[in-house]
Design a protein around this ligand. Structure first.
Ligand code: ASP
Length: 585
């Protein structure tokens, strides 16, 4: 080894030890006859000291010529520092350097490699390998590593077998566009990259593997956002001979294990809520339960009093912002503007302030008596000092708008503490979802999800009302995982494809292999997949999954460091029998 110790391990107990360290120059402080060099590696920072008199001139000159991020090796004796630095674990000692070797010089880095950097996003992504030298960035990947190891530990202890599934496959229907790869040996034909290993894990159940998991890369060609990347990682799992209850319990166990072992947080109860309730009370299938602010429907107390906007609305819904009764006119105007932005799309906002003297002051006083407003306050559970906010319109969009407003109020009132974790199982999702654009039903989860047995007759009469054996795990308003109990027989799977608008031929062509497998003794099975990157981001208290990916892509799906995607050589295209002709517009 080129070193005897790391830069993070020397302490007062090592005084007088001869050591050799290697690492990067973090900082050089030159006081003439006295030079300090902060030497950094993954483990920490150790101070080297070069002193005139005890150090020969050549060594002193060499130390003086060191630049930031030079890679060096230095040997010397550990001594006690006269002025100690209690901010770093090695702060009580320094190494009195006797030899110094420059292992590699470095150009001046394009941004400062410290926790607080001057580098903008784009620059840091271009030089991601330098960004990764920063502690704050590396620590995020260390958290990811820990979570990965703990996941494997738990799954192994529960008898899950980790199996790798192929990356060059045929389309899997998770609802996004596929990335495709041309085949050279089969000209004109393409592989698709898996949106998830869904069909493979189900086939493994048919094979009798009983319990499967994989920490696996998945690929979806979607429009990108802060919490989406074209390639991302899932903890993908499947089990045989289980009910939904078994799956929820097994994976609640995994989540608890991760919280205890990778975060040192004792997780409270994991609540359960039906999809229908989540929509009714939070306007959202992934409610943030760190705060209450539940929706209260006000139709019966707000309609029929002459206020046309409410009278004509399908839904009048209110929330109570606890303690916000002090909001000024200006603050309320700003909220009104906020809900009226096109991204939210509300027409207006009605408020009621619950005054200290027990009276109410609202923006609709003209239409409502104090008694009327009191009835509202009771419905939303508002007390003196609270603020009631009310939206109205068609039910679907009003719930959506109120959901946004609820989250904003939660944020503004400081109720979304990153150190509080509120996990929730959302269950009983609808099986199908109507798509306005294509004017047909889509599988809400995916086409392999089983309908609740008692709802199967509804498939013919009211497909939208059929509930699925499907569930999501939500933490703090973020969907962390989702899965379902699967269909495991050919007739039901065929029926499902039919309802999704597949002809028998199309279903056979795309998923014949799976339906055939179901005819060779398929056990009842179900599973779940967790979005691993998001899980890490939640643990780390961040909104962006990018920080938890070593080499992420930017908002246009580009890796600016390796400059990809890029064109390929004519020769490669020729081999693939492909001619590129880009269509404009
Ligand atoms: N394959 C599904 C997904 O990626 C998860 C599952 O149903 O297990 O969302």
């Amino acid at each position: 080894m080129l070193r005897s110790h790391t830069c993070g391990e020397l302490r007062l107990t090592d005084i007088n030890t001869e050591v050799t360290l290697a690492g990067w120059v973090q900082r050089v402080r030159n006081k003439g006859g006295l030079i300090w060099v902060d030497l950094r590696d993954r483990y920490g920072v150790t101070q080297l000291i070069f002193e005139e008199g005890s150090t020969d001139k050549a060594l002193l000159d060499k130390a003086a010529s060191l630049g930031r991020e030079f890679v060096i090796q230095a040997s010397g004796k550990v001594i006690e520092r006269t002025s100690k630095n209690d901010k770093i674990p090695t702060g009580a000692i320094e190494v009195k350097a006797e030899t110094l070797e420059v292992l590699n010089a470095a150009k001046v880095p394009p941004f400062i490699i410290e926790d607080e950097t001057d580098g903008g996003d784009e620059l840091r992504m271009k030089y991601r390998y330098l960004d990764l030298r920063r502690n704050v960035v590396r620590e995020k990947l260390q958290l990811r590593h820990r979570m990965m190891q703990e996941t494997r530990k738990y799954m192994d202890a529960q008898d899950f077998i980790e199996v790798e599934t192929p990356v060059l496959i045929k389309s899997t229907p998770e609802g996004a566009r596929d990335f495709v790869v041309p085949s050279r040996v089969n000209p004109g034909e393409f592989y698709a990259l898996p949106q998830s290993p869904q069909t493979f894990k189900q086939l493994l159940m048919v094979s009798g593997f009983d319990r499967y998991f994989q920490i696996v890369k998945c690929f979806r060609d979607e429009d990108l956002r802060a919490d989406r990347q074209p390639e991302f990682t899932q903890i993908d799992c499947e089990m045989s001979f289980v009910t939904q209850e078994d799956i929820l319990n097994t994976f609640e166990g995994l989540v608890r294990h991760l919280f205890t072992n990778a975060k040192e947080v004792q997780l409270g109860e994991v609540e359960r809520m039906t999809f229908a309730d989540a929509m009714k009370y939070y306007g959202n299938d992934k409610p943030d339960l760190r705060f209450d602010m539940k929706f209260a429907e006000l139709n019966d107390v707000a309609q029929g009093k002459g206020f046309a906007i409410f009278d004509q609305a399908e839904l009048v819904v209110g929330i109570c912002a606890t303690g916000a009764g002090e909001y000024t006119r200006k603050q309320i105007d700003a909220l009104t503007e906020w809900v009226k932005r096109p991204q939210i799309g509300a027409k207006g906002l009605v408020y009621v302030k619950c005054n200290d003297d027990g009276t109410y002051k609202s923006s609709v006083d003209k239409f409502y008596s104090q008694d009327d407003l009191k009835a509202w306050a009771e419905k939303v559970n508002a007390k003196v000092g609270d603020l009631i906010l009310v939206l109205s319109g068609d039910a679907k969009s009003t719930r959506k708008q109120m959901s946004e407003l609820r989250l904003k109020m939660g944020e503004d009132l400081g109720l979304r503490d990153r150190n509080v974790f509120k996990p929730l199982w959302v269950v009983d999702f609808p099986l199908l979802e109507w798509d306005e654009e294509t004017q047909r039903f889509h599988a809400m989860h995916h086409p392999f999800t089983s309908p609740k047995t008692e709802d199967i007759p509804l498939l013919e009469t009211d497909p939208g009302a059929v509930r699925a054996n499907a569930y999501d795990l939500v933490i703090n308003g973020v969907e962390i995982g989702g899965g379902s109990i699967r269909i495991h027989d050919r007739p039901t799977q065929q029926l499902m494809f039919k309802h999704l608008g597949f002809t028998d031929e199309e279903a056979q062509k795309q998923f014949g292999f799976l339906m055939e497998a179901f005819e060779y003794g398929a056990p009842p099975h179900g599973g779940i997949a967790f979005g691993f990157d998001r899980f890490c981001a939640i643990f780390g208290g961040s909104d962006s999954i990018r920080d938890y990916i070593a080499f992420p892509k930017n908002n246009s799906g580009r890796d600016v460091m390796i400059d990809s995607p890029s064109t390929i050589a004519d020769e490669q295209l020729k081999e693939l029998s492909i001619q590129v002709e880009l269509k404009k517009g």
